[in-house]
Design a protein around this ligand. Structure first.
Ligand code: ARG
Length: 266
């Protein structure tokens, strides 16, 4: 009896080992200078954030290991297309141009393009950027929708120049050292950058409102469908909302958006 038991134990351990070795790894391409969606945790030195946690929860559910690869933002879509990465997740906006080359998952968050300026800037609203005779030096992260808008609406319209940086962090650094008049970037990273740097503010007016989703190679519809199903279940059971709440507390958002209402409710 004892012998059979120990044989069974050995057998089950072997099987478990095999199953573990077999669990496939999905590689997620991101650009980890985009807090709170993806950034390096100071303590662990690992890439963390909303996208990483959602991707991890989805992989756990689907039985995959997750490997996060930090790369240039504008090499995510080409790398997904070529099959170098299983998917891309980087606070990435769904747009027509990208839809030509990749498929997007269902959206899991909203992003707003905003404008960061020095506190004493003469630019007081987004409209100032399009005003006749405007001539601003605009910083963006290369290959982002902020780049796309600034290039089309401002540079090509003869209303200024666009400087393209590898990361949003680099663009903001150039702004703090007086090399730029403003930076166009997504609102949540913008809030992080403004909090981390003295003398900057975000204009009240929004440039554009967008949807974030993960991107997949066109032929990889099976993984896309599994991802969408897992995402829907994890949204339904509260996992995804809890991850977002952890990084972007809604009390903070509510206090910012509707201070009057909150006071009235008390
Ligand atoms: N939402 C913008 C876009 O899709 C910017 C995303 C930048 N993301 C990043 N991880 N750096 O173009």
């Amino acid at each position: 009896m004892k012998k059979i038991m120990s044989m069974l134990l050995v057998l089950s351990m072997l099987l478990m080992g095999a199953a573990m070795a077999e669990s496939e790894t999905l590689t997620m391409a991101t650009n980890a200078a985009f807090p709170p969606y993806e950034y390096y945790d100071d303590e662990t030195g690992e890439v963390t954030g909303i996208d990483v946690e959602i991707a991890q929860a989805i992989c756990d559910k689907l039985g995959y290991e997750l490997e996060v690869v930090d790369t240039d933002f504008d090499s995510i879509v080409p790398g997904v297309v070529s099959g170098k990465y299983s998917f891309g997740m980087a606070g990435m906006t769904v747009n027509e141009e990208r839809l030509q080359s990749v498929n997007f998952s269902n959206t899991y968050a909203t992003g707003v393009q905003v404008v960061i300026v020095p506190e004493d800037s003469p630019i007081t609203s987004v409209d100032d950027l399009f005003a006749e005779g405007a001539d601003n030096a605009i910083g963006v992260q290369q290959g982002t929708t902020g780049d796309l808008y600034a290039t089309g609406d401002i540079e090509e319209a003869g209303l200024g120049s666009v400087e393209r940086f590898k990361t949003g962090t680099d663009a903001v650094l150039a702004l703090t050292t007086g090399k730029l008049d403003c930076v166009i970037i997504d609102n949540e990273p913008a809030k992080n950058f403004v909090a981390a740097n003295e003398g900057l503010k975000i204009l009240d007016t929004e440039y554009a409102v967008e949807d974030y989703a993960a991107c997949f190679a066109k032929e990889n519809t099976e993984l896309l469908e599994a991802f969408n199903t897992a995402l829907a279940e994890l949204t339904e059971d509260g996992t995804v909302p809890a991850i977002i709440e952890k990084y972007i507390p809604s009390t903070e958002a509510a206090a910012e958006e509707a201070p009057a209402e909150e006071a009235a409710a008390e």
